[in-house]
Design a binder for this molecule. Structure first.
Ligand SMILES: [Zn+2]
Length: 131
């Protein structure tokens, strides 16, 4: 099966040569414009990105993002899936995605330790009961 990108939203801005931009639009712009053509980002900020090596260095964060819930495996999986999708769509910088993945991995370790402690207590209880 061939995957078509024809129906994906595209930036509605125009390039210097007058041609349509067609870059992937940001969620922050309501999928109307890419980060470069987003009207609510000041020109100085865009010029600062360009001088730091282009859009890849932009501070890609999601100010509207909901709080992350890491207390359940489902919560951890949900944030990993969401983050991976956001990085793939260019809505989130890869370093931010890596940071979130690391935080989730630490949360999983905490859950593992908690489960291990609870299992130890249960084993102790079971041993005492059968004595
Ligand atoms: Zn654009």
């Amino acid at each position: 099966m061939e995957i078509s990108t024809a129906n994906l939203p595209r930036c509605q801005g125009t390039r210097k040569d007058g041609s349509p931009c067609n870059a992937a639009p940001t969620a922050r712009s309501g999928y109307q414009f890419c980060a470069w053509h987003q009207p609510d980002i000041p020109e100085e900020e865009k010029l600062a990105w360009a001088s730091k090596g282009g859009l890849a260095s932009r501070p890609a964060v999601l100010p509207e993002a909901a709080d992350i819930r890491l207390r359940t495996p489902d919560g951890c999986m949900a944030i990993l899936e969401e983050t991976a999708s956001q990085v793939r769509r260019g809505e989130l910088a890869t370093n931010v995605g890596n940071s979130i993945a690391y935080i989730v991995s630490v949360a999983v370790k905490v859950v593992e330790v908690t489960i291990s402690d609870r299992l130890d207590k249960l084993e102790k209880l079971a041993r005492n009961r059968w004595r």
